[in-house]
Design a protein around this ligand. Sequence first.
Ligand SMILES: [Fe+2]
Ligand SMILES: [Fe+2]
Length: 198
Amino acid sequence: MKEIFEKIRKLVLSYQDKRDDKGHAEIVTSYAFKLMKSEEGNENVIVPAIILHDIGWSQLTKDERMIIFDNSATKDEKLEVNYKHQDASVKLSKNILNKVNYPQNLINEILEIISQHDTRDGFISKNEGLVRDADKLWRFSKTGFTDDLIRNKFSFQQLYNKLINNIKLQDFFYSDKAKQIAYDELEIRKKDCNNDKK
Ligand SMILES: [Fe+2]
Ligand SMILES: [Fe+2]
């Protein structure tokens, strides 16, 4: 990882993974690098955006952070905290990027991506699509998948089917590479599950 990315990563370590999602920042950053190997995109935009996208959760109360997982919360309540964490991420990211003297022309694009990373319909650019692909791949990773199983009391098959359906949805993933990684990850989850049963 470039020195400047490492600097940004270290500066925000204490703001990461605040939504009961330990490992999220690190795992989605590694997916971003994996996607860029074949999909290209501008790493000077994608890497800071993926590192910084969720740091805003740190500015919300614990109750607010957990609304996303609360089955009794309304759609509007969930949307409200989603906007709130996005806005807080933008605010914090702006300070961090200025602090490290990041190029001004790139800051705007990074903040634009972060500003609606969970709420935008459709994709606005390749860089944006790849950041959101990396973020969504979390759900397919061993850690994200296991968290979801436990939290939602899904059976393995229920969660597996749900994620397979997500991959097939139009506009869920931007890139074909993300779809391929998602299918590959699910195959590994299935093997892990079968091994656990033995
Ligand atoms: Fe988010
Ligand atoms: Fe995220």
